[in-house]
Ligand binder design. Structure first.
Ligand code: TRP
Length: 455
């Protein structure tokens, strides 16, 4: 693994800064929207347990490899993977697949982000007029035509302008400062949700696994969510690794990021499920679960209408941070290939994302609801292809590259940089990278293809 230390690049200023920035990319709609929604549609605690195991056994090791390769190569993802193994330039395919993933993810992510933006205004209107937002509010929004498209355009315009203006770093700073506020608001929400009559049923739903609920599809979704949540498998974390200063200890940093991110997801789950059960709703509420639950739980407390507005404002901000990190991947690549200026690259990328995004958005309503390539709506298809296929496949390739193809000395050297770790430490970490992570990904893939039967 050749080291590229000549390039002068930006770096995060401190260990804490590196941690905060990495968390900033990880935390997004995945925590507050996708985690509860998938948990509800996949039967609850058995899914949560699988997800936690996937984060620990696969997610953390893959993040370690991405950070090590990123810091060692100090290059964008396509070039980093193209050069990391001498004479094997084809590993740049990891970076190429990452570009496709970024576009597919953004196509449905911007639809959901549009709902969040719309809810900022809807919750404000509800506060002023003293109403509560209902499931009908959400249904009308998501299955509409012009309204969700309008918000999707707003979301993409905001993200594209941030990228075009080259102020992503400034936005990341804002996101980071406000993230703790979202955390506090989630805790407030949890306290209210957990003291509702019947709340314990929701807690059991989250934490008392019924292993008979495990199926191949559940295992694959949990693995996919671990990748999606931690922004893994497509080069984002490799890029972030290229900004990591030398003093950052990669394994503890990755572990802390995974812990913080998972905590936020669990807090979101603890707000949603007790409320769902207390109000007699269904956990399998689909993508609208968050939007129907949060206004409900806040409606049960004094000042709740204001908290609802605040919740969606903070969520919108967290969402912008994640979208900027997703959009930056193709934009950086277009710019670095010298094909276009930053503004042009941003507009091309934003336009491509919108083209696919229209399909995702309209597939939630009558316009394209019944068009189902491979039996899935466009929204679900883009989500499935990215989270459940491309990201884990990318993660598998990354683990193979890091664990088997680059020299072990160079790898551990970069990983520990200046910290002498005991031999067992390297052996354990390396064992996860070489065996545990890739074997688990393979098993889950084979299982969902029906080649083997785990569940
Ligand atoms: N992790 C973010 C979330 O949970 C989404 C995200 C940002 C992402 N960058 C990514 C997912 C890169 C996969 C790859 O909302």
């Amino acid at each position: 693994m050749p080291a590229h230390t000549h390039a002068k690049r930006d770096a995060f200023a401190s260990t804490l800064g590196a941690f905060a920035a990495t968390v900033g990319s990880a935390i997004g709609l995945g925590n507050i929207w996708k985690f509860p929604y998938l948990t509800g549609s996949n039967g609850g605690a058995a899914f949560v347990l699988t997800y936690l195991l996937a984060v620990a056994l696969v997610g953390i090791p893959v993040m370690v490899v991405e950070h090590v390769i990123g810091r060692r190569m100090r290059l964008n993802a396509v070039h980093a993977y193209g050069r990391v193994v001498p004479n094997q330039p084809y590993w740049s395919v990891i970076g190429w697949a990452g570009l496709v993933s970024a576009v597919l993810i953004m196509a449905f992510y911007t639809d959901v982000a549009g709902w969040v933006f719309a809810y900022v205004f809807k919750s404000f209107g509800a506060m002023v007029s003293g109403r509560t937002l209902t499931a009908e509010t959400f249904g009308a929004l998501a299955s509409g035509t012009w309204e969700p498209l309008f918000w999707q355009v707003v979301v993409l315009a905001v993200t594209t302008s941030i990228i075009a203006a080259g102020v992503s770093k400034g936005i990341e700073k804002v996101t980071k400062t406000l993230m703790p506020l979202l955390f506090v608001l989630l805790v407030v929400c949890d306290v209210r949700a957990l003291t509702l009559p019947g709340a314990s049923e929701g807690v059991a739903y989250l934490f008392k696994p019924d292993l008979s609920k495990l199926t191949g599809a559940v295992l694959l979704s949990a693995l996919g969510l671990a990748f999606f949540k931690l922004s893994l498998g497509m080069g984002t974390m490799t890029t972030y690794g290229s900004y990591l200063p030398d003093q950052v200890r990669i394994v503890p940093n990755a572990t802390r990021v995974a812990l913080a991110d998972t905590l936020v997801s669990l807090l979101a789950g603890l707000a949603v499920f007790p409320t769902v059960f207390a109000f007699g709703g269904t956990p399998a509420g689909g993508p609208g679960l968050l939007f129907n639950t949060i206004p409900l739980v806040f409606s049960q407390m004094p000042g709740g209408a204001l908290f609802t507005v605040l919740f969606f404002v903070l969520s919108a901000i967290a969402t912008i941070g994640a979208m900027v990190s997703l959009m930056e991947v193709p934009v950086a690549w277009i710019v670095e290939r010298g094909h276009a200026r930053r503004t042009v690259a941003a507009v091309i990328t934003g336009g491509t994302m919108f083209a696919l995004g229209i399909l995702a958005t309209l597939s939630q309503g009558p316009a394209l609801r019944d068009v189902k390539p491979f039996g899935l709506t466009f929204f679900d298809l883009f989500d499935f292809l990215s989270s459940n296929v491309l990201l884990p496949a990318g993660g598998l390739a990354i683990a193979i590259v890091g664990g088997w193809l680059v020299s072990r000395e160079a790898f551990t050297d970069e990983m520990n940089k200046g910290h002498a770790e005991p031999p067992w430490y390297d052996r354990v970490v390396y064992g996860f990278i070489r065996f545990v992570a890739p074997v688990l990904i393979l098993l889950i893939f084979l299982n969902s293809l029906g080649v083997i039967t785990l569940a």
